[in-house]
Ligand binder design. Structure first.
Ligand code: HEM
Length: 494
């Protein structure tokens, strides 16, 4: 690194106005012209300020403003743009080119954001490495606290002890308010043929196109440590990391739901969760508050029939169907829209336990489904599903004698057959259960161009609920930056 020969500060040109100030305030002089000064830092600063001023002057007002209102806003013209004369104009600092191991070479690749992309960037192989603190400082021992003398007391200044214990004290996050118990795996979705006539959604653009997915299966009512084989609805949540952003298809293994309006969801869940006075029973719907609720909600009868059938005690996560449940919309490049229902069909077939088996397994191996999924993938028997779509138009919907926006109804396959459009394969177990399975945040609001909501009032409530609950479950609003939740394509918005 170059060193300065004397302690004399570089000569600063006069008349540079407020450009050297980092506090806000009125500018006393107009921005300077590009500098020919030779002092070590100043030319860059002066050039940056003048280039920024030029850039701002290139778009003084928004000529398209009138097109943002009324009818004209349906087809707005492309926005105005101006190229900076020098990269300095948009650099975060004039010293951006100073290189170090921490800040890098000073030439960030244009458009690249390393916080997104594959999980490889956050995986660590500690084999053969020296033990360190969280600050990267090598230490010989993290098993013995620092004592005053042989028998103590322990010194408050032992920051290694305090770092380790503080990390431990805060390492748990609250369990999900529903679907707390679950297991997940990575894989891919492969499209059979382009669906561009129906949708512009990225996963359906080309035959053979593979989109990475992370899929979490779950029970609904039980707590995080409850048994896998209880009688319950199973969650079937798929996060597609498409090249146009994340799309979450957050479904269940039953094609309908208990209620029609999101307003009743807290009541449904309070009814099915353990009773408030003695907190029993665990992971079970066979109790008074639940029967009280469903007896007062005739619309829940259809779902109840499914829930009390073998469907609610699946043999394996690999042998479950999955359903988007709601009616969604697909939209193509021309802006044309059709209604759509999503169906996952397991290649291994749909199989259930019988009740006696389910009860016995719950006692013998509470992790039965978790173990089954993990071991199948470790053994190379990758579970597969076929994705099928039920596609219908608004005119068709108007002529059905049921409401397609009612999640307690299914659309009979006799009326609208299912078209297979692709397959999903789960071929990799997570590296870290907490970082991936526990911290993943599915959200029905995560849609991509080509997929849209319908007016189903249950879906509309869900669009609010997932983000809202994750703000407390994942400790704030920034959980999209947790690696498992980040998209694989680039994020540019700050
Ligand atoms: C208004 C109705 C509903 C509301 C308000 C609601 C709300 C929630 C909430 C708060 C969570 C916990 C999310 C988290 O902490 O990350 C959750 C999880 C989940 N919900 Fe819903 N839900 C509703 C209906 C449904 C329906 C109809 C389905 C199926 C189609 C469904 C499927 C799931 C699944 C699969 C999960 C677990 C996601 C995971 O694996 O992390 N929910 N729901």
């Amino acid at each position: 690194m170059a060193t300065r020969k004397s302690n004399t500060p570089p000569k600063i040109e006069t008349n540079l106005g407020s450009i050297l100030a980092t506090v806000a305030g009125p500018s006393t002089t107009p921005p300077p012209k590009a500098s020919k000064a030779t002092a070590p830092v100043l030319p860059d600063l002066v050039n940056k300020v003048s280039a920024s001023a030029e850039l701002a002057a290139a778009v003084v007002w928004n000529e398209n403003k009138p097109a943002e209102h009324g009818e004209a806003s349906y087809d707005p013209p492309p926005g105005q743009t101006a190229e900076p004369g020098t990269p300095l104009a948009t650099a975060s600092t004039t010293s951006e080119s100073m290189a170090s191991g921490k800040v890098g070479a000073g030439k960030p690749p244009a458009g690249h954001n390393p916080t997104v992309g594959s999980l490889d960037r956050v995986r660590v192989d500690s084999g053969g490495q020296v033990l360190t603190t969280n600050q990267g400082v090598a230490i010989a021992d993290n098993q013995n606290s620092l004592k005053a003398g042989l028998r103590g007391p322990t010194a408050m200044e032992d920051f290694i002890l305090r770092e380790k214990i503080t990390h431990f004290d805060h390492e748990r996050i609250p369990e999900r308010v529903v679907h707390a118990r679950g297991s997940a795996a990575h894989g891919y979705f492969e499209c059979y043929k382009p669906l561009t006539g129906l949708t512009k959604a990225a996963p359906f653009k080309e035959a053979g196109k593979r989109t990475p997915v992370f899929v979490r299966f779950s029970t609904v009512a039980g707590e995080r440590g409850s048994a896998d084989t209880v009688r319950d609805v199973r969650g079937f949540a798929v996060k597609f990391y498409t090249d146009e952003g994340n799309w979450d298809l957050v479904g269940n293994n039953i094609p309908v739901f208990f209620i029609q309006d999101a307003m009743k969801f807290p009541d449904l869940v309070h009814a099915v969760k353990p009773e408030p006075h003695h907190a029993m029973p665990q992971a079970s719907s066979a109790h008074d508050t639940f029967w009280d609720f469903v007896s007062l909600m005739p619309e829940s009868t259809h779902m109840l029939m499914w829930q009390m059938s073998d469907r609610a005690i699946p043999r394996s996560y690999r042998m479950m169907q999955g359903f988007g449940v709601h009616t969604f919309r697909l939209i193509n490049e021309a802006g044309e829209s059709v209604f759509c229902k999503f169906h996952w069909n397991p290649v291994a077939g749909t199989h259930s336990l019988d009740w006696d088996e389910a009860v016995k397994i719950a006692g013998a191996d509470a992790d039965f489904h978790r173990r089954d999924l993990w071991e199948a993938i470790e053994a190379g028997a990758f579970p597969e599903w076929e994705l099928g779509l039920q596609i219908f138009t608004e005119d068709q919907a108007d002529n059905f004698d049921f409401d397609v926006l009612d999640a307690t109804k299914l659309i009979p396959e006799e009326l609208v057959p299912i078209t297979p459009v692709g397959k999903m394969v789960l071929n990799r177990n997570p590296d870290n259960f907490f970082a991936e399975t526990e911290q993943v945040a599915f959200c029905t609001a995560h849609i991509v161009p080509g997929i849209d909501f319908s007016n189903d009032p249950l879906l509309q409530g869900r669009i609010h609920s997932y983000l809202d609950t994750q703000i407390s479950r994942l400790g704030g609003a920034n959980f999209h930056e947790i690696p498992i939740n980040a998209p694989v394509n680039q994020v540019h918005n700050n």
